[in-house]
Design a protein around this ligand. Structure first.
Ligand code: UDP
Ligand code: MG
Length: 318
């Protein structure tokens, strides 16, 4: 296949990105036109309230290869990327952020890696010069913890990726999980994987919507849906406490035999409080996994599409 024959699908999730839609689409299509003559850009509007979809509709008027999906509400970036991948018709599928923090100029490099035989090409951040110090540190810490506990290396990884169409299909059809983690799944799935580095650009407009709360929640959900390590820590915690209690108990018994009455209300109080909190934490962790199981069991759709633009027909298998 000569480069010009490749059909490239680019999936861009957007949530309240009205201010950057036009610029992003211009830059992306300009790069795509250098790579191929057949492409599609699928903007997945994740429940924006600022008129993002209207901007997409305008862009679709001038270039029908720009397509749109609008969710019925905000479902999150993960479902948005999945929805785009499900609809993608290309030989390769690229997922990228809509705020130009993922430079479109990387796409030709990714495509050439694919032509050399890679089935997944990861965009890897060489710097992370955006967001506050807190955001950067938190993201780094999470990626490290995730990589260690789940046994999949996602340090410095991003959602900027290229997939061979077969792999993209597999990742959407064969992975029906509710709590998806694009970065984790695309590394876990195997195949021939390559990486290309890029510098994270500053956001040209709009703002990142990650609050401390949403970051912590996202991190915890991701971790618990990918690894059961926290669950395995519960019995470990119990074991440590058992050792503690044997040591303390023996000591108490010995002083008792020696005729020394055990004194110390503080010791009892601390032990009780400690035991209580460990029990609560253990129960809490188990509860969280139970919630995961419950959510997965309900088998609700991962997202709901309210509107679409530029797709020939609705795909009933979705
Ligand atoms: N995004 C989305 N749904 C959300 C949050 C974000 O589709 O609920 C999109 C957002 O419009 C952007 C991309 O995901 O295109 C990355 O989001 P953001 O820039 O806020 O994250 P950061 O770059 O700070 O990690
Ligand atoms: Mg961003």
């Amino acid at each position: 296949m000569t480069p010009k024959d490749i059909m490239v699908s680019v999936i861009i999730p957007m949530f309240d990105e009205k201010s950057v839609v036009e610029r992003t689409l211009n830059e992306v299509t300009t790069v795509l036109q250098q790579v191929t003559s057949s492409y599609e850009v699928i903007i997945v509007d994740d429940g924006s309230a600022d008129g993002t979809f209207e901007e997409v509709a305008r862009a679709h008027q001038s270039d029908p290869r720009i397509k749109g999906l609008r969710f019925s509400r905000n479902f999150g970036k993960e479902p948005a990327m999945m929805a785009g991948m499900v609809r993608a018709a290309g030989d390769v599928v690229v997922t990228m952020d809509g705020d130009l923090q993922h430079p479109p100029s990387l796409i030709p490099h990714m495509v050439s890696k694919w032509q050399e035989g890679a089935q997944i090409v990861h965009g890897v951040k060489s710097t992370r010069n955006y967001g506050g110090l807190f955001h950067r540190t938190a993201a780094k810490a999470f990626n490290n913890v995730f990589s260690r506990t789940a046994g999949i290396n996602i340090v410095d990884s991003s959602d900027y990726k290229l997939f061979d169409a077969d792999v993209a299909r597999l990742l959407t059809r064969e992975f029906p999980e509710q709590h998806r983690f694009h970065r984790g799944l695309s590394s876990w799935v195997g195949f021939r994987q390559e990486s290309v580095e890029f510098e994270v650009a500053a956001r040209p407009g709009g703002e990142s919507r990650w609050s401390l709360y949403s970051l912590v929640r996202y991190g915890w959900n991701t971790l618990t849906s990918f690894t059961s390590l926290p669950l395995q820590l519960v019995p470990l915690m119990g074991l440590v406490m058992l050792i503690f209690s044997v040591v303390l108990g023996t000591e108490a018994l010995i002083s008792r035999i020696n005729g020394n009455a055990i004194s110390g209300f503080a010791t009892i109080e601390i032990t009780l409080l400690f035991t209580g909190s460990m029990l609560m934490i253990g129960l809490g962790v188990i509860g969280q996994y139970l919630a995961r199981v419950y959510e997965e069991l309900k088998k609700r759709p991962v997202y709901v599409v309210a509107d679409e633009l530029g797709f020939e027909q609705h795909n009933p298998s979705e």
